[in-house]
Design a binder for this molecule. Structure first.
Ligand SMILES: Nc1ncnc2c1ncn2[C@@H]1O[C@H](COP(=O)(O)OP(=O)(O)OP(=O)(O)O)[C@@H](O)[C@H]1O
Length: 782
């Protein structure tokens, strides 16, 4: 659950003292205009859009600190104010959040005081819920009474969310992740009530391409199905989906496409640098980048899994940095504390999975490092888009392994910029290596840190997770793979050396390390003998080597010709022979299957007893196949087992197998709605909440006075200040379940209390009588 008061402090806006850094270009047409327009500008600043009232403009200027609308705001605000559906596309950090929040708050007016949300904003991640709620609240407070904004996500108790939705003040704006909102809607429906959206005026899908991807589509559609025809739909993203057909699910009507002409995909203030490195050297290369390139401010490092995040965090902390890690599996309060600490500068390095790739706006963040190169070009845009926002400068470094080269080519093709070569082209730096002697210097410190058993274990886990990640990630495109072989990776990155001397030193050391003597051991030992006989023997060995080399070369070229001939013949025949096909693959650089077969035979050999070892080895590989996304994470904890009672397979939690209460399954209820059910077959969480709290979801349009005020959990203890609702008694205590007690529960408790008092009275009388009879001696009742 989002704690509103805390959030305000966490959310940063480029206002006040930081405004001088913002360089959103001014619209020249604003400089001229009629007297009336100039007068309006004097009171409204440059936010003089039709329909924006004085209070809202003051909130934009004073609370958000914006003086001028950004280019995309100039286009999007009037479109939404006109009532049109809109598809807003603009690059990262261009101010899209305010471009839809300002017109929504302008059109919603004051708090409605009746139930039924009027705007829903769907965002893909929990941190984005918190961030958007923060911005919305800053603007919502300009209304009297203030608009009520409620953040919903899957990392909080659903019962608490039911309670908030059913209490006053009635939420005007819901900001939610798609799955939890869909869950709430279906559960309430299955419980015989409804979260009626008939009053809804706005539906916003922020990061629309992500929300309409297969991962979220089902949940988003559940919400969209409830949205009335009349509601205005706004889709927002910095990147469009693969095909615009995906947007069909949003049911847009004559949507206006709001975007800026000739806008580049990347901010012009962003610099991109790439370092080519071996995978073993990556930890040292990262530390070297931090030492030589990071000049303070805040740094965000992207990794491919939470295991990597933990390993890198551990390593950096041992190297004397202040780093924290953030990923989906972390609980919400830990996430909030870590984000708060990062925003306020308690720790200046954040190591994150792609959970932090989209939408996050962090003050003073000036550098991003892709420790693991992203496997999709859009992901690259979003990750690097965390810096160079609102006109501020920023740099994004990427560590590129050999296997990442095709993805690097894909990114550059997507962005329409030249494939990185040995020289800088505009804002794109060259792809170069870090000199090996620098890697070795840092590498020795990394080695010392790695002696720590805990860190070594984290690295081992990260290694396993990397295998799973490589299997899971999408492959690069064919042109990407083809282009990869042309990328020049031999040069030293110019930013990583301080002089020409360093480059020469690197080249010399490289040449030395690559040197291989062609002379055989026999030649060398003979040449050590300086006598005539020694020289003769040496010459003999040289002759032999040359003859052998000639024979080998001849054999190779004959084999090649033969293979070519075989392929040609089989192609002519219209069908490849097995041998020719195998040869084609060998030529294309594939390994033969031979090695694996040999291994299989070894494992399966009688008496070798390798079967178990192999199985164990395979198990170890799959045990860490945990995606960082919540669905994969949850999937890990589930196993399928046969349920005797229902005579069907059910998904149960691994740790609590056999415990009936932990049983989770999807059922289709009487209304034909699919609901996730945990525990008792007939109940769902909404129904149990309804029963325990004696509350229910109010009908749309119900006045909020008829409902108890919502009290946040941390405010509840010992402070039952909220007004009572009919039939419900509010009591002090820990946890949501103890706050609202039904009259039945209260009656039960009173009977138990009376019984206890009566028993105590009886016991007291008994002891009294004993004392009198036995002169203080201890006596038993029986
Ligand atoms: N008119 C403005 N004047 C000054 N700063 C602004 C203005 N509009 C937005 N900003 C600032 O620009 C930054 C980026 O804004 P926002 O988060 O809305 O970007 P975005 O386009 O939604 O980015 P992303 O695509 O990454 O989600 C924020 O710090 C915000 O406070």
């Amino acid at each position: 659950m989002v704690e509103y008061d805390d959030l305000e402090d966490l959310v940063h806006f480029s206002g006040g003292e930081e405004c001088d850094l913002v360089h959103f270009p001014e619209d020249p047409s604003e400089k001229t205009g009629t007297e009336e327009k100039k007068k309006k500008r004097r009171t409204h600043g440059f936010f003089c859009f039709e329909g924006l009232d004085e209070d809202l403009v003051q909130a934009i200027i004073n609370k958000l600190g914006f003086q001028l609308p950004s280019p995309i705001q100039r286009k999007a605000i009037p479109t939404i104010m006109n009532g049109n559906d809109a598809l807003i596309k603009s690059r990262t950090g261009s101010g899209k959040t305010a471009s839809f929040l300002i017109p929504i708050i302008a059109k919603l007016g004051d708090h409605a005081q009746v139930f039924g949300p009027r705007a829903i904003i769907l965002v893909p991640t929990i941190d984005l819920v918190s961030q958007t709620v923060g911005v919305a609240l800053k603007l919502a407070k300009c209304r009297k009474p203030a608009l009520s904004v409620f953040g919903i996500h899957g990392n909080a108790k659903i019962e608490e969310q039911f309670l908030r939705l059913a209490s006053s003040p009635a939420p005007d704006i819901l900001v939610s992740t798609p799955k939890r909102l869909a869950d709430i809607i279906t559960q309430i429906k299955a419980g015989g009530d409804s979260l009626n959206l008939s009053r809804l005026q706005f539906l916003v899908l922020d990061e629309a391409d992500e929300l309409l991807s297969p991962q979220h589509l089902e949940a988003v559609t559940t919400t969209i199905d409830q949205v009335p025809e009349s509601a205005q739909r706004v889709l927002v993203s910095a990147t469009l989906p693969e095909s615009l057909v995906q947007f069909r699910a949003a049911k847009l009507r004559d949507a206006e496409h709001v975007r800026l002409a000739d806008e580049e995909k990347l901010s012009s203030t962003l610099t991109i640098e790439n370092v080519y490195t071996r995978s073993d050297d990556k930890p040292a290369a990262l530390c070297q980048l931090l030492t030589s390139q990071w000049k303070g401010g805040k740094l965000l490092i992207f990794c491919c899994s939470r295991h990597h995040c933990e390993f890198i965090m551990g390593l950096l902390n041992r190297m004397g940095h202040k780093a924290k890690a953030i990923y989906n599996a972390l609980d919400v309060s830990a996430r909030r504390d870590i984000m708060a600490g990062f925003r306020s500068g308690v720790h200046d390095i954040l190591v994150a999975t792609d959970a932090a790739a989209r939408g996050l706006d962090i003050p003073h963040l000036n550098m991003v490092i892709n420790y693991d190169f992203p496997y999709s070009s859009k992901l690259f845009v979003h990750r690097t888009g965390r810096v160079a926002r609102a006109g501020r400068p920023g740099v994004a470094w990427s560590l590129v392994e050999h296997a990442d080269l095709p993805y690097l080519v894909d990114v550059h093709r997507f962005l329409g910029i030249p494939i990185p070569g040995p020289t800088r082209s505009g804002q794109i730096g060259p792809l170069g290596v870090i000199p090996q002697y620098l890697i070795d210097t840092v590498g020795s410190q990394v080695k010392i840190a790695m002696e720590d058993a805990e860190l070594a274990k984290l690295m081992e886990d990260a290694g396993k997770a990397f295998l799973a990640y490589c299997r899971k990630r999408d492959g690069a495109s064919r042109p990407g793979k083809e282009g990869a072989s042309e990328v020049d990776v031999a040069q030293v990155h110019p930013l990583l050396v301080s002089s020409d001397g360093d480059v020469k030193r690197h080249e010399f050391l490289q040449a030395v390390s690559k040197y291989r003597s062609r002379a055989s051991a026999m030649e060398l030992s003979a040449s050590n003998n300086k006598s005539d006989t020694g020289r003769e023997i040496a010459d003999m060995w040289v002759d032999k080597r040359m003859q052998d080399d000639a024979k080998i070369a001849k054999f190779r070229s004959a084999g090649k010709k033969q293979r070519k001939g075989r392929v040609a013949v089989s192609m002519e025949g219209g069908k490849d022979s097995l041998a020719a096909r195998a040869d084609k693959y060998v030529e294309a650089g594939f390994l033969t299957y031979e090695r694996q077969r040999v291994l299989d035979e070894q494992f399966l050999a009688i008496g070798a007893n390798m079967g178990d070892t192999r199985q164990k080895h395979l198990d170890e590989q799959v045990s860490e196949m945990v995606g960082d996304d919540m669905s994969a994470f949850r999937a890990k904890g589930m196993v399928t087992r046969w349920d005797k009672k229902s005579k069907q397979y059910v998904n149960v939690n691994k740790d609590q197998q056999g415990d009936l209460k932990s049983r989770t399954r999807i059922i289709t209820n009487d209304a034909g709605v699919k609901v996730r059910v945990t525990g008792d077959k007939k109940s769902n969480q909404y129904q149990s909440w309804k029963k325990n709290s004696a509350m229910s979801m109010p009908q749309t349009g119900t006045a909020e006075d008829s409902r108890a005020a919502y009290v946040a959990p941390r405010m509840r203890q010992g402070q039952p200040k909220a007004p009572k609702a009919k039939g419900v008694k509010i009591v002090a205590g820990k946890g949501a379940a103890r706050q609202m007690k039904s009259s039945r529960t209260i009656a039960k408790e009173e009977i138990a209390k009376e019984k206890k008092l009566a028993w105590e009275e009886e016991r007291r009388k008994f002891h009294e009588a004993n004392r009198k009879a036995g002169g203080g001696k201890r006596a038993r009742k029986h």
